[in-house]
Write a protein that binds this ligand. Structure first.
Ligand SMILES: O=C1C[C@@](O)(C(=O)O)C[C@@H](O)[C@@H]1O
Length: 241
């Protein structure tokens, strides 16, 4: 039996991005030591100085320090206003973040400004779509991707949706490509996370510590699952979908 070889890493450092939330900024350095590719969910983390200025200063100092891992900075709606999210993502890009992840809920003009800035400073720009209630029909997701490509030309696109059926899993998996990251939320989404990097997505997401999305497995669990997926198993899973 042959083992499927996942497209390990380059140019992203890993085929799993370790997502960090629900911890304080004390873990930044530890995360950088442990993971080659990680996401800081600024909206979910606590900071020693919790005001915008304090968060921005700590984030900027960490990003400018000599890091070994690749860092994605994400700030989803909720804790900060859109203007504050824009500021934090802007500072992240200016401070040398490897990627900023801008979600489609941020007003388009702000997203466009961040896109332009990311080009100037050499930070990769991920544009992302989330649906926590369901998985949209394939044509809806494809048309979101087409519009995003035409208007922002992101370096990478990300689609994260709640997977409620095998059909949903198939929908997400059919989007996998070297520029499209997918993450399946919910129990049935775990299979999507496992198969996505094997089907050409650059990487997928797992939890560095506590989950940052419904039924998101831990980094170690998902890594084990992906590395033990044999070519036979992969074929069987795909046939079942
Ligand atoms: O968009 C994604 C994917 C995700 O929602 C997941 O399902 O693993 C986790 C988020 O932190 C990340 O930004």
């Amino acid at each position: 039996m042959q083992t499927a070889v996942p497209p390990i890493g380059e140019p992203y450092g890993d085929f799993i991005c370790a997502s960090v939330g629900h911890r304080s900024d004390y873990v930044f350095e530890e995360v950088d030591r442990r993971y080659r590719l990680y996401e800081l969910r600024i909206d979910l983390m606590s900071f020693e100085v919790p005001e915008l200025d304090g968060v921005a200063r700590r984030l900027s100092a960490f990003l400018k320090s000599s890091r070994r891992g690749r860092c994605i900075v994400t700030c989803r709606a909720g804790r900060f206003s859109d203007a504050e999210r824009f500021q934090l993502l802007r500072i992240a890009a200016l401070s040398g973040a490897d990627f900023i992840d801008v979600d489609s809920e941020l007003p388009f003009e702000l997203a466009r400004e961040l896109r332009e800035l990311s080009r100037t400073v050499g930070t990769s720009f991920i544009y992302s779509y989330h649906n926590f209630e369901s998985t949209d029909k394939l044509d809806v997701l494809k048309s979101w991707i087409e519009r995003a490509e035409a208007s922002l030309s992101p370096d990478l696109l990300k689609v994260a949706t709640l997977v409620c059926s095998d059909e949903d899993a198939e929908t997400l998996l059919s989007l996998c490509s070297p520029r499209v990251i997918v993450a399946g939320m919910g129990k049935l989404g775990v299979k999507v996370r496992c198969l996505a990097p094997l089907l050409g997505s650059p990487f997928t997401f797992a939890a560095a510590f506590e989950s940052t999305a419904p039924d998101q497995p831990s980094y170690d669990e998902l890594r084990q699952m992906i590395l033990s997926t044999t070519a036979d198993q992969l074929e069987k899973d795909l046939r079942r979908l």
